[in-house]
Design a protein around this ligand. Structure first.
Ligand code: FAD
Length: 361
């Protein structure tokens, strides 16, 4: 791994110090700035991105998701961005994100309904994007539309946040979890961008979504889940070991049921990390089961994180219901992975098709 663990620990400490404020809706600017300063906000490899995102998620899920989205969009820009945007990302001065989900096609991000129409040297985009992480803070959005011509599913574009005709909802994101990640709707009404802002070919969006974005997104959302699980398991074990029934003189951890719950949390957390590790190994060796592992990683991690953080709430009792153990934010943040597209249920359908030898689409 090429990331300095010492540097990463100091950045994680910044994420931890700001986590409560970010949970109240503040954008994680200080942690993003510390990643920029450490030169970890440019083009990094997927294994390095996994380590960074997982470590941040142990402290702050919102921060980890903002960074996850930046790396996913950067993976497209590294291949198809202009020299100018690539230089900005490499220097860590450019924050980007994905604008795929739409009000009409919902979590089926591969089927955008928004349009792109040629107008001289420009293109006019019209769409209702339903969720854009970092919407008010990103410099650009990697944006999907119907193709300008032909019957393919989509085309990708690099859209500056300041493009004329773009309306970013001014409502504060008020979700159950990931409350600092600034995920709000963005509407384009004949938004004018240069035709040269196309990423790849007209009609090539589906191939980029499946070939480039999906592996990064699934592995990194799984990494967010793994980090949240690590936080839940560690904090639950510490609470159970350090909390006494004073009248009886024994610790919570002396209850066999509590120990068994914690054991199951530890197993699920380590199994999730092992699956992500094997997914990265499959990708690195171009193994035949790479796509299966990519699909499995997000589904397995998202479900395991929901279950482990639910167990954390049970084991830590009323103390967890308040904020004093530090597992209730993790519990809330862990809900998102199940419903972020491709959702768990869509992944189950894809995985079922893959193992039965049926085409995914
Ligand atoms: C915190 C957060 C941040 C996000 N950030 C971004 C972002 O930066 N960019 C972006 O593009 N999107 C983003 N999204 C959107 C996300 O990827 C999904 O599009 C969104 O969560 C889907 O919500 P929905 O209500 O439209 O779900 P729906 O599509 O209405 O799904 C409802 C239910 O139906 C199920 N379902 C749907 N299709 C099938 C199927 N074929 N088989 C079985 N079950 C199915 C789903 O699994 C789900 O349980 C974000 C979402 C969240 C929660």
């Amino acid at each position: 791994m090429s990331v300095s663990l010492e540097k990463l620990e100091s950045i994680a400490a910044i994420a931890a110090a700001n986590a409560a404020e970010v949970d109240r809706g503040a954008f994680p600017t200080k942690t993003v700035d510390s990643l920029r300063a450490a030169r970890l906000f440019g083009f990094v490899s997927l294994p390095d991105a996994h380590v960074i995102v997982e470590r941040l998620a142990r402290e702050c899920g919102s921060t980890a998701m903002v960074v996850c989205m930046h790396y996913c969009a950067s993976a497209v820009l590294e291949k198809h961005g202009s020299a100018e945007v690539k230089a900005q990302i490499a220097a860590g001065t450019h924050l980007t994100t994905l604008a795929f989900s739409e009000a009409g096609s919902r979590s089926h991000f591969w089927a955008p309904l928004g349009t792109a129409k040629q107008d001289g040297d420009d293109v006019l985009l019209t769409a209702k994007k339903s969720w854009v992480t970092s919407a008010h803070h990103a410099d650009s959005y990697v944006w999907s539309s119907r193709p300008m011509a032909g019957a393919e599913a989509s085309t990708l574009w690099l859209v500056p946040r300041t493009a004329p005709g773009l309306r970013i909802s001014d409502a504060l994101f008020d979700g159950i979890g990931l409350r600092g990640n600034d995920s709000v709707p963005v509407v384009a009404e004949s938004t004018r961008i240069r035709a040269s802002a196309m990423l790849g070919e007209d009609g090539g969006g589906f191939g980029l979504m499946m070939g480039t974005v999906l592996p990064w997104f699934n592995v990194l959302v799984a990494s967010v889940s793994a980090g949240l699980m690590e936080a839940a398991t560690t904090r639950t074990a510490a609470h159970a070991g350090g909390t006494k029934f004073e009248h009886a003189g024994n610790a919570l951890a002396e209850l066999p049921t509590v120990r068994a719950y914690i054991a199951r949390m530890r197993i699920a957390t380590d199994a999730t990390k092992a699956l992500i590790g094997d997914t990265l190994a499959a990708m690195g060796a171009n193994r035949a089961d790479t796509m299966l592992r990519v699909l499995q990683s997000k589904a397995a991690a998202g479900e395991a994180a929901a279950e482990v953080t639910d167990t954390a709430m049970r084991v830590c009792g009323g103390a967890a219901f308040r904020k004093e153990v530090g597992v209730e934010r993790v519990f809330r943040d862990a809900r998102a992975a199940q419903v972020m597209g491709p959702t768990t249920d869509v992944l189950y359908d894809f995985i079922g098709k893959a193992v039965c030898g049926l085409p995914l689409f």
